[in-house]
Design a protein around this ligand. Structure first.
Ligand SMILES: Nc1ncnc2c1ncn2[C@@H]1O[C@H](COP(=O)(O)OP(=O)(O)OP(=O)(O)O)[C@@H](O)[C@H]1O
Ligand SMILES: [Mg+2]
Length: 323
């Protein structure tokens, strides 16, 4: 980890947010309340057109809300000039939007420059970020966007958004344009960065597997409304409505739970003898049930002896890797 300093994460609070686009007969965002604790990675999940991007864009004021309040770190976002607000909030979108006539280093330096950082500090920060996203500064700093692969460009987009150490990062389907392997590497990298820096992240996707893979909490939206806001464990194990169930089922996440066994997901690991027990032959659906009843981790038992350990993160990994 090159960046040892934690910038920490913002608290975000939305109250009764309503957005209606001109000429539309319905609300794109319809009375949304949402509390995001600092340092949390919240995934906003839902089908096309349900209002995910609009919700995100109200936070950095690219879209005005008709009513309600949005506070970042207990300050109303409307109390700042919009440009100042946006410099403080990282924003990553699917079409990466790198400036084609600027090099990788210059792209990453855009916001620090606007903030008036001196040259040495900017150079140091750019190098640090390139290492963070695992692009060798020697090889990449002076390239132009057209000389990057899609996944590399996505990573530079993330570095640019992180450049001024934002406490809040908004990511709107940031990895849509890359193949499955690069995509899962970028997902892992996002989680790693978030853990390391303590950044609060709001991450929009319509991909159930992506949500299950990275989320601390998931917001499920339908027609502008939030229909469930919960941990992946609870969303999977206790979907709030048939709509949520169906949304998860479209990607078979729930069915995969019944097909996979504890044996497939557990870690062969020192066992403390304190946890609740479950057979290695039990399904992950059964394991999930036990976790919903309050077991943080389960001891996997074979022939009466504990041989491994299963936590929710193991279940989540097994589901997303079984596609
Ligand atoms: N600039 C706009 N003007 C008018 N209507 C818009 C505008 N942007 C979005 N909408 C409408 O608002 C609703 C929500 O759109 P939004 O882009 O927030 O959806 P989304 O959940 O991000 O969808 P997707 O997964 O396809 O990106 C849709 O009905 C859309 O047609
Ligand atoms: Mg969108």
């Amino acid at each position: 980890m090159t960046d040892a300093r934690k910038s920490g994460g913002s608290t975000v609070a939305l109250r009764d947010i309503v957005v209606r686009y001109p000429g539309s007969d319905r609300n794109a965002v319809d009375h949304v309340d949402l509390d995001v604790p600092p340092g949390t990675l919240v995934v906003v999940l839902g089908p096309s057109g349900c209002g995910k991007s609009t919700l995100l864009r109200t936070i950095n004021r690219l879209v005005p809300s008709e009513s309600g309040t949005i506070c970042v770190d207990a300050q109303d976002v409307r109390d700042f000039p919009a440009t100042q607000l946006r410099r403080g909030i990282g924003y990553v979108i699917q079409a990466v939007g790198l400036f084609p006539h600027l090099t990788v280093a210059q792209n990453i330096a855009v916001v620090p420059q606007l903030l008036g950082w001196d040259r040495a500090r900017i150079a140091e920060r750019v190098e640090e970020l390139l290492r963070l996203i695992q692009l060798d500064p020697q090889r990449y700093a002076d390239r132009y966007p057209r000389e990057l692969s899609g996944g590399e460009a996505q990573r530079v987009g993330v570095a640019r958004a992180l450049a001024a150490r934002p406490r809040l990062l908004l990511m709107d389907e940031p990895f849509g344009a890359v193949d499955a392997i690069v995509r899962s590497a970028l997902q892992d990298e996002t989680v790693r960065l978030q853990r390391a820096l303590g950044t609060t992240i709001l991450f929009v996707t319509h991909d159930v597997d992506e949500a299950l893979r990275i989320a601390d909490r998931i917001v499920i939206m339908s027609a502008g409304r939030v229909v469930q806001y919960d941990t992946p464990l609870h969303v999977l194990g206790r979907p709030a409505s048939p709509y949520v169930e169906e949304l998860l089922d479209t990607k078979d996440a729930v069915r995969r739970l019944s097909l996979l066994r504890v044996r497939d997901a557990m870690r062969a690991k020192a066992v403390d003898g304190q946890s609740q027990r479950i057979s290695v032959e039990a399904t992950l659906r059964e394991a999930l049930s036990a976790m919903l009843d309050g077991a943080d981790a389960l001891e996997a038992i074979e022939d009466g002896r504990p041989i491994g350990r299963l936590a929710f993160d193991d279940v989540r990994r097994a589901i997303v890797e079984s596609t």
